[in-house]
Design a binder for this molecule. Sequence first.
Ligand code: FAD
Length: 497
Amino acid sequence: PNGASVPVLVIGTGYGGAVTALRLAQAGIDVQLVEMGMAWDTPGSDGKIFPTSSAPDQRSYWLRTRTKQPVSNFFGFPIDKDIPRYTGVLDAEEFAGITVYQGRGVGGGSLVNGGMAVTPRRDLFNQVLPTVDANEMYDVYYPRANAALGAKLVDPAWWGSTPAYQYSRVGKKHAERSGFPWRFVPTVYDWDYMKAEAAGTATKSALAGEVLYGNNHGKLSLQKTYLAQAAATGRVNISTLHRVTSVRPVSGGRYAVVLEVLNTSGTVTATKEVTADKVFFAGGSVGTSKLLTKLKATGVLPALNGEIGKGWGDNGNVMCGRANHMWDPTGSLQSTIPTIGIDNWDAGGAFAEVAPLPVGIETYASMYLSITRTNQRASFSWNPSTGKVDLSWQTSWKQTSITAAKSIFDKINSKEGTIYRTDLFGGYKIWNDTLTYHPLGGAVLGKATDNYGRLHGYPGLYVVDGALIPGAATVNPFVTITALAERNIEKIRATDF
Ligand code: FAD
């Protein structure tokens, strides 16, 4: 309530926020979580919490009046449509040079993501986080994170025979025939449940195209893992449709946090102020960076250092599709949860996930989301004339990523005698080079913060999310975000409480 005083306030309920809440609560500390999105625990009039993926409705998007589908065209035809403005689950946040997709609601990105739980290669770790002890991460914190997230490998025998992974088998075959190493990646989907979906004994979710706008079943989102454990301690409270707009120091070394209460149309219906001993920023790379950039520039937190808003990257994301021959169908049934990655990091700077195109009919398309090596980094800055935070990313910077991804797919196309699809992203584009699913950085570990996420200039303020990671993770990022949060909160709990 307005005027309340709490020991710990956590802004955001994604990976960083969920880890922080659980570990502090387990240590006997009361935690107040604040989430600008909805709870996603109540079915709509159709009896489902999340909408059908083929029929996006207002639940699909965060405060948009038109969908913005990552694969925007179907056989060349645009498929976006008007929807009512609502506090939906997927935010397609548009900056000048890039659209950044993010989850909104209790569970953050875990509500909308593909569930690929990938630990970076050990030999690449210090390129990702140069100031962190890799031995500690691989011995303690990655295993701890993967266990708590419920990351598991698909049963290879089932994978090898189910129609739902025909597209993955085609992707693997083509990688192998061009000499690229590939590997199974763990995921956070309940594999027994997916087998039951395939057998027709459970309500379909991954096998019904659900993922981008939420999975009604099967997915081990944070609501089912970290946040469920946190709730079980009885020490964690979550306020939804509450957006933090300001954090300022007050007497006694405490902080006043200003919150806007939203209705489901996104209108602010009330403003509250609470005080906290400690505030953890867990709004995700973009959410945390925007807030800190604004608070520094407007003189609310002037002692934050010059690294705030810097070192932001897109994890080198670029998307493409290949057109297969008639003898290589990818299947009309495609599980939305990817299972394999093609590793050409050393030779070409690309790790490509074999992605689904779950449209319910045979498309002969092989889809890929590539994660690539790129040194392009952008900065957030406060724009006083619009009262918003801008991002300096330029679309042309994706050329490095396209070149890296081509190191895989040009070779496969030449080996298979195939071509790129030009009917998926509009304007005959081969590459979707205007988005990222993996925003990282903006309050980088060891720069804007100390080596454990303590913000310079303000004791009691911490960054615990993807903003800490300097722009790239070499693979899909949530396991690294989770493991880093585990490492940092262990130290902070032991020394700052
Ligand atoms: P988030 O999970 O983004 O959580 C931040 C939360 O804070 C959000 O719920 C947000 O609403 C809330 N918030 C922000 N600002 C405020 C504020 N001011 N006040 C109150 N609340 C606020 N990663 C993988 O590793 N594997 C995958 O397969 C994968 N697939 C993806 C697919 C899609 C479509 C997308 C969008 C992402 C995918 N990702 C994947 C990325 C992954 O989901 C993110 O890296 C991860 O969620 C980031 O975690 P986080 O803790 O930094 O922040």
